[in-house]
Design a protein. Structure first.
Length: 389
C-alpha cells in the first residue's frame, strides 16, 4: 500500500488549468522527485497537499485513509511538512524561537528555552543538521537556514517532507550535505518529495520520479530504470536537440567589447580587471556571497564605481546610470527575482510597464496605453513561454 496517494487532482486559477487529473503515489521510506519545467504545476500540486490551496476536485489518501487538508495546520496534524523554496523564517528571532513558533512548547506560556534548545540539538545531531539553536537566523548562511526549516518540520514529527527546489540556493558543498541528510531521513523511514527540474540531481538521489508537463502527469518511473534522455523528453515533450555553437562572423581577437578595471564605492569589490571579447560567455565563479552580485550591480550601475574604469567599445560608462546603460544593451537578471526584479502585488502587465513607460512605447501624453500594454504582454507570454495564471 502506498503511503500517500493523490488521485485525479484538478486545480485551475481564473479559468486556466494548473493541475489536470494528476495522480501521485509515494511509498514509505522513499525519496520521490516531482520533476518538470518551471510552470509545470509541481508547486501547485504540493501546495494542495500542504493545504495552502484547495483542489477543485480529486482526493488525498494517506496510509489508506482518505483525508481532508484545508490548511497547513491540517497537513501538520497528518505529519506532513513542507520546506518552501523561499524560506519562512523570522530573521530577528533565534533558531530555537523560529522552530517552536506557533507551538505550545514545554512550560508554555513561560517556555523552558534551555530544554527546547537541548531537544533541538539532539534532533540536529541525529540527522546531521548542524545548527546552533541560540543563533539569530539573520546571522545564518542560506544552507544553514534550510537546515533550520528541515528541523522545524521534523520537530513537528513530520513523516512526509516536501522540499520545493531545495538545491536552488545552495553551493555544491551544501547540496552534498543536503543529500546526506535526505539519505538519513529515508533510512529512518521518512518519505520525501523533492520538487525540482534538475535531472542530474534526481538521478543521483531519488528512488522514483513523477514527471509533470503543462499541469498533467506524463511519466512515473523508477529512477534505476530511466536515464537523462528519457526524462528530458518527458519534461519538454520532444527529443531535445543537441546545441551546436556556430562560428561567429568575427574573431575573438577583436578589440574587447567590455573592458573593466574597477573598485566599488562600498569596498566589497575590487580592485579587479576583466576583459570580455564579443560573442564570449564568461563565467564568474565563487561561493555565494563573495562579490558576484555586487559585480553585476556595478556593471548595471546599481552600485557606484569608486576607482578604475568601465568601458563598452571604448566608451566610458562610469558616469552613466541604470537607464542609460540599459539603453546601451545592458541587461541584468538578479539571483533573487522576488526581492530585486518583481513587484508581487502587481500583475504581469504592470511589472512589464516598469521598464517601458518612459520610452513612450506604452504611454500616450503621460497616460498608460492599456491596449498597447496588453498587446506587448501577450507577445511576451507567447515569445518567452511565460506561465501565467
Amino acid at each position: 500500500m502506498a503511503f500517500l496517494e493523490m488521485i485525479n487532482i484538478d486545480k485551475a486559477f481564473f479559468g486556466k488549468s494548473a493541475n489536470s487529473k494528476v495522480n501521485l503515489h509515494v511509498d514509505h521510506g522513499e525519496i520521490h522527485a516531482l520533476l518538470g519545467e518551471n510552470g509545470a504545476g509541481k508547486t501547485t500540486l504540493m501546495n494542495i497537499l500542504y493545504g495552502i490551496y484547495q483542489a477543485d476536485s480529486g482526493s488525498i489518501v494517506l496510509d489508506g485513509v482518505p483525508i481532508q487538508i484545508k490548511s497547513p495546520k491540517d497537513a501538520i496534524s497528518h505529519r506532513i511538512g513542507m520546506v518552501h523554496q523561499h524560506f519562512t523564517l523570522v530573521p530577528t528571532l533565534t533558531v530555537s524561537e523560529n522552530i517552536t513558533l506557533g507551538l505550545r512548547s514545554p512550560g508554555y506560556p513561560f517556555v523552558k528555552r534551555k530544554q527546547v534548545d537541548e531537544e533541538i540539538r539532539t534532533l540536529s545531531e541525529r540527522y546531521n543538521l548542524a545548527v546552533d539553536p541560540t543563533a539569530l537566523v539573520s546571522s545564518l548562511s542560506v544552507g544553514q537556514q534550510q537546515r533550520v526549516e528541515i528541523i522545524k518540520v521534523l520537530y513537528r514529527e513530520a513523516q512526509l517532507l516536501i522540499l520545493d527546489e531545495p538545491t536552488a540556493v545552495l553551493t555544491p558543498q551544501e547540496v552534498e550535505s543536503l543529500f546526506d541528510i535526505l539519505g538519513r531521513l529515508r533510512a529512518e523511514g521518512h518519505s520525501v518529495i523533492i520538487i525540482t527540474h534538475h535531472i542530474a540531481e534526481v538521478l543521483s538521489l531519488t528512488d522514483r520520479i513523477t514527471v509533470l508537463r503543462g499541469g498533467k502527469k506524463v511519466g512515473d518511473v523508477r529512477t534505476k530504470d530511466t536515464n537523462e534522455a528519457e526524462l528530458s523528453q518527458l519534461m519538454v515533450g520532444r527529443k531535445p536537440n543537441r546545441m551546436v555553437r556556430t562560428k561567429l562572423p568575427f574573431s575573438y581577437d577583436r578589440e574587447g567589447l567590455i573592458a573593466i578595471s574597477i573598485q566599488d564605492a562600498q569596498g566589497s569589490i575590487g580592485p579587479l580587471s576583466l576583459h570580455v571579447p564579443p560573442g564570449r560567455i564568461v563565467g564568474i565563479a565563487g561561493v555565494d556571497g563573495n562579490g558576484q552580485k555586487a559585480f553585476a550591480e556595478l556593471l548595471l550601475g546599481i552600485r557606484k564605481v569608486k576607482e578604475g574604469s568601465l568601458t563598452l567599445d571604448g566608451q566610458h560608462l562610469e558616469h552613466l546610470g541604470v537607464k542609460q546603460r540599459r539603453a546601451l544593451g545592458f541587461g541584468y537578471i538578479s539571483d533573487d527575482r522576488l526581492l530585486d526584479s518583481l513587484v508581487l502585488d502587481m500583475d504581469m502587465q504592470e511589472n512589464l510597464l516598469l521598464t517601458r513607460f518612459r520610452g513612450g512605447e506604452c504611454n500616450h501624453h503621460h497616460f498608460i496605453a492599456r491596449k498597447k500594454l496588453r498587446e506587448l504582454t501577450e507577445q511576451a507570454v507567447e515569445k518567452y513561454a511565460i506561465k501565467s495564471g
